[in-house]
Write a protein that binds this ligand. Structure first.
Ligand code: ZN
Length: 286
C-alpha cells in the first residue's frame, strides 16, 4: 500500500465514522454531499448553507421555527382504535407502530400546536415523514380534524405542513376514508369563515396529495420539494415519454399554476404572519 492510499483510506474511515456516529457533530447534506457542521445547520433551520437543500424536519422543529417564542402549546393527539384490520406484512402492524414511536417519540404521524405568529393566533398541524413515511391512517385523520376544531374554537386559521408517502396501507380502506373526512373538516373551517393554508414540504404524495394537501386557500411549497400523486417512473412507463427533469417539483408546480408561491424556510414565519393578517383582518373589516 502506497502512502497516498493509506492517507486516503484513513480519511475515508474518518468520514464514514463521522456520518454514522449518532453523536456526530457533522451532517452530510443530501443535496450536495458537503459535510456541514451540525450547529451551523441547526442555526440555519436545517437548510444547507452551501446548496440551500431543505432537510426534512418534524413537528417540534416546525413549531419552534414558526411560532412566537413561548407562545405555543402542543395539542393532545386523539386516540384511535389501533390495528383494526389485524394487518401483518413482514412484521405485524403494532410492531411497526411501536418502532416508529420509539424512533420519533410521537404517537403518530401528525401533531398540532396552537399559538401566535407575530402576535396573531394560529393553529399549525405538521405531518412527520419520519413516522412511517408520514402515512395517513385514522390517527392522522383524527388529528387533522382535531386541529380544525381547535382553529374554530380559537377563531384562528389552520396551517398544515404536509409530508407523506400517502395512505397507510396497514389500515386499508379506513385510511382512504380519511380523504373525504379531512375534506369535510376543511369545509367546517370555511363555514366558520376561517382560512386553510397548506405548506407542501418534501415529499408529499399519494392520497394526501389527492386530499387535504391541495385544498388550501393559499398553497405554499418549500423549494425543490418532490410533490406527486403517482411516481415519475410509473407515469413515464404509462405514457412512454421522458418527463422534464424538474417534473413534480415545487418550482414546476408554481410554473404551471398549481400552487401560489415557493417560499424559503427562513421566510415562512414572516410570510405566514403576513398572510394571516391579510386573510383574517380583511375578513374582520368586511
Ligand atoms: Zn447542501
Amino acid at each position: 500500500m502506497t502512502w497516498i492510499s493509506r492517507v486516503r483510506n484513513a480519511l475515508a474511515y474518518v468520514t464514514t465514522r463521522s456520518t454514522e456516529s449518532p453523536d456526530n457533530l457533522w451532517h452530510k447534506c443530501k443535496g450536495c454531499g458537503t459535510m456541514v457542521f451540525l450547529k451551523e445547520l441547526e442555526a440555519n433551520q436545517h437548510v444547507c448553507t452551501h446548496c440551500d437543500h431543505h432537510d426534512r424536519i418534524g413537528p417540534a422543529k416546525r413549531f419552534e421555527y414558526l411560532f412566537d417564542a413561548d407562545s405555543y402549546t402542543v395539542l393532545p393527539s386523539p386516540k384511535v382504535a389501533e390495528d383494526p384490520l389485524k394487518f401483518r406484512d413482514q412484521k405485524p402492524y403494532p410492531a411497526r407502530l411501536k418502532a416508529a414511536r420509539a424512533a420519533t417519540g410521537e404517537q403518530d404521524a401528525f401533531l398540532n400546536a396552537s399559538g401566535t405568529i407575530h402576535g396573531r393566533r394560529a393553529v399549525i398541524g405538521v405531518q412527520d415523514f419520519a413516522f412511517m413515511g408520514g402515512s395517513m391512517g385514522q390517527a392522522v385523520g383524527e388529528a387533522f380534524i382535531a386541529g380544525v376544531e381547535a382553529a374554530i374554537a380559537d377563531r384562528a386559521p389552520y396551517i398544515v405542513f404536509t409530508a407523506s408517502g400517502g395512505a397507510r396501507m396497514q389500515e386499508g380502506i379506513l385510511s382512504l376514508m380519511q380523504m373525504p373526512r379531512t375534506t369535510v373538516a376543511i369545509e367546517m373551517l370555511h363555514d366558520a369563515g376561517l382560512p386553510y393554508i397548506v405548506v407542501l414540504t418534501d415529499p408529499t404524495s399519494g392520497g394526501v396529495m389527492a386530499a387535504y394537501a391541495m385544498l388550501g386557500d393559499v398553497q405554499i411549497a418549500e423549494p425543490r420539494a418532490t410533490l406527486a400523486f403517482t411516481g415519475r417512473r410509473v407515469i413515464e412507463n404509462t405514457i412512454r415519454e421522458k418527463l422534464p427533469d424538474d417534473f413534480q417539483t415545487s418550482e414546476y408546480y408554481l410554473e404551471h399554476g398549481l400552487i401560489d408561491m415557493v417560499t424559503h424556510r427562513k421566510d415562512l414565519r414572516d410570510k405566514l404572519g403576513q398572510l394571516i393578517g391579510l386573510l383574517c383582518e380583511a375578513k374582520q373589516a368586511a
